[in-house]
Design a protein around this ligand. Structure first.
Ligand SMILES: Nc1ncnc2c1ncn2[C@@H]1O[C@H](COP(=O)(O)OP(=O)(O)OP(=O)(O)O)[C@@H](O)[C@H]1O
Ligand SMILES: [Mg+2]
Length: 329
């Protein structure tokens, strides 16, 4: 599916009756046009309308993210599936159950946690998850210190996540220690919990691409249990600059053009120097927050008497970006 979003909200009067139109946001023609023999359009459009509202909200959040087109598309696919499933149920058709456990592969700071939170909200609002809460965990939250401890810890974590999303970062670290490591017990317990609490929680495992590939192959039961696998690519320099601009805008600041240039050069050098350790959006966020602190100090020094005007309070200048080697990781 190329475009995204959904049944046309305020245009129902244009629709032929007894039809559901799922309309792509781009200029493409409608992709689904299905005649439902007996259902009343009014009843259908009520639910559909509610869900459109949900997607509009989710889409607003997704739109604030730079790039990630493949992910935005996939989220729409999931939304469309849930929406159509609901409509099929209402029309008395079969609506089979789907597995939504996911693997997110990507380097640090590529938006995995941010996207998982948005996805959690969508599942909750669409009625797939009863609570939609989001639990972020890592190896230490699952793995215990003695035999039996790990299974217990992992089960407790899963219980806390019921009705929501359990997001395990750096999941590959569970497989790192091999057969004797308690990490294996955590994996086995998770796999069992996915059966025991089917449809009651969604598990998202995240980590670097290569390591996640390795992880998936450590247990033959794993790949098929995670039908949705998403790659989070590294951001280009242009995208990193766009992310910086959206971060400063969000905080009511502006970047001077020369400051953007300095930032661009720094990002290019940094990305080039350590392509695997570069932490993408997080790196940029740290730099922006640091520049905001430097701007505050500069303004206080500069305006020891009197106060800066509104524009000055908003402006990040070249000198507010101070790049020293170890401060921004
Ligand atoms: N596409 C994007 N647009 C705007 N901001 C982004 C984008 N991707 C990431 N960010 C920002 O970068 C920061 C890090 O993102 P996030 O925590 O989601 O990354 P992550 O992939 O979970 O990282 P890690 O693997 O290290 O946990 C956040 O402040 C987030 O808002
Ligand atoms: Mg994260």
């Amino acid at each position: 599916m190329q475009g995204r979003v959904v049944a046309a909200g305020g245009r129902s009067e244009e629709r032929p009756s007894r039809q559901i139109n799922v309309i792509l946001r781009s200029s493409e023609p409608p992709v689904i046009s299905q005649t439902l023999p007996d259902a009343e359009p009014a009843a259908i459009s009520k639910n559909a309308g509610q869900h459109q509202g949900v997607f509009a909200e989710i889409q607003k959040e997704l739109d604030q993210l730079i790039g990630l087109e493949n992910i935005k598309e996939l989220v729409f696919e999931i939304f469309a599936l849930l929406q159509v499933k609901q409509l099929r149920t209402e029309a008395g058709l079969l609506a089979g159950s789907q597995v939504y456990h996911m693997i997110y592969k990507g380097n640090p700071g590529t938006g995995k946690t941010t996207v998982a939170r948005i996805v959690a909200k969508m599942f909750q609002k669409m009625g797939v998850l009863s609570k939609g809460h989001f639990i972020e965990a890592e190896r230490a939250d699952l793995v215990g210190e003695y035999i039996g401890h790990t299974a217990q810890k992992t089960r407790e974590l899963v219980k806390k996540a019921l009705g929501g999303i359990l997001f395990i970062d750096e999941a590959y670290s569970l497989a790192r220690g091999g057969e004797k490591d308690f990490g294996k017990e955590a994996i086995d317990t998770l796999v069992k919990a996915m059966e025991d609490y089917k449809d009651q929680f969604i598990l998202i495992l995240a980590g670097y691409s290569d390591e996640m590939e390795f992880f998936l192959h450590t247990n033959p039961g794993l790949p098929s249990r995670f039908p949705i696998q998403i790659n989070f690519p590294d951001y280009s320099i242009d995208q990193l600059i766009q992310i910086s601009e959206s971060m400063v805008k969000e905080r009511d600041y502006i970047l001077m053009p020369q400051a953007i240039l300095k930032l661009r050069q720094h990002l290019a050098a940094e990305k080039n120097e350590s392509p695997h350790a570069f932490s993408n959006g997080r790196y940029v966020r740290n730099i922006i927050e640091r520049s905001i602190r430097h701007q505050a100090v500069r303004l206080l020094n500069q305006y020891s008497s009197g106060s800066p005007g509104k524009l000055e309070l908003m402006t990040i200048r070249t000198e507010d970006f101070k790049f020293d080697k170890n401060s921004n990781k």
